[in-house]
Design a protein. Structure first.
Lengths: 114, 109
């Protein structure tokens, strides 16, 4: 069964450093998403991406964040200058198309900012 | 913020039906009700969705009240593997999914 994959599973970085989290959505899916979940808290929507542009973003997704689909298969989330409060689990998700209602989530990347 | 209200926790005996309620009194006419669950720290998993009719799939049933202000997710024969946090989400486009705190369901032997 096709699945969303994410790398790395765990990333440790120093405050102020840039990180790139990588996702490979399910092939032929058209909509892509990033969410985060701070330990013990709820899953928070960050951004949705369709047709090579951001379609929606939350108030969390500020100028420190950016997304890209560089090569037609990977979908990346970049955090330019990490803060301690960016420590969280980051989930990527993809959806087939307008008629498809299910978002498929990846296993997540745990980001730890020291 | 999430537009739904769910009880923070529920218990269910293994093999029995688990009925998880959700209030969404401010739901708009074009908004769907979605249910996802999260087992431990894994990525959320889609369960079911509906607009106004009751829905059933291989995982669960979704009962939506006639006024659409509340719904109930039913797991007909809960197993230990159904222990998870269950999220009820209201969305019109399945794009901007706002998760709330959910209901932590514990299935007990």
């Amino acid at each position: 069964e096709p699945e969303v994959t994410q790398t790395p599973s765990h990333q440790v970085t120093q405050m102020g450093q840039e990180v790139i989290l990588r996702c490979v959505p399910i092939s032929n899916h058209l909509y892509f998403y990033w969410y985060r979940q701070i330990l013990g808290q709820k899953v928070e929507f960050l951004v949705s991406f369709y047709n090579n542009e951001i379609s929606e973003k939350s108030e969390i997704f500020d100028d420190q964040f950016s997304v890209e689909r560089p090569d037609g298969s990977n979908f990346t989330l970049k955090i330019r200058s990490t803060k301690l409060e960016d420590s969280a689990m980051y989930f990527c998700a993809s959806r087939g198309g307008l008629a498809y209602n299910e978002q498929f989530f990846g296993p997540g990347t745990r980001l730890t900012v020291l | 913020d999430a537009k739904t209200t769910q009880p923070p926790s529920m218990d269910c005996a293994e093999g029995r039906a688990a009925n998880l309620p959700c209030n969404h009194s401010t739901i708009s006419g074009n908004e769907y009700v979605y249910w996802y669950r999260q087992i431990h720290s894994q990525g959320p998993q889609y369960i079911i969705h509906g607009l106004k009719n009751n829905e059933t799939n291989e995982m669960a049933s979704l009962i939506i009240t006639e006024d659409r202000k509340s719904s109930t997710l039913i797991l007909p024969h809960a197993t230990l593997r159904d222990t998870a946090v269950y999220y009820c989400i209201v969305s019109y486009n399945n794009n901007d999914m706002r998760f709330g705190a959910g209901t932590r369901l514990t299935v007990k032997p």
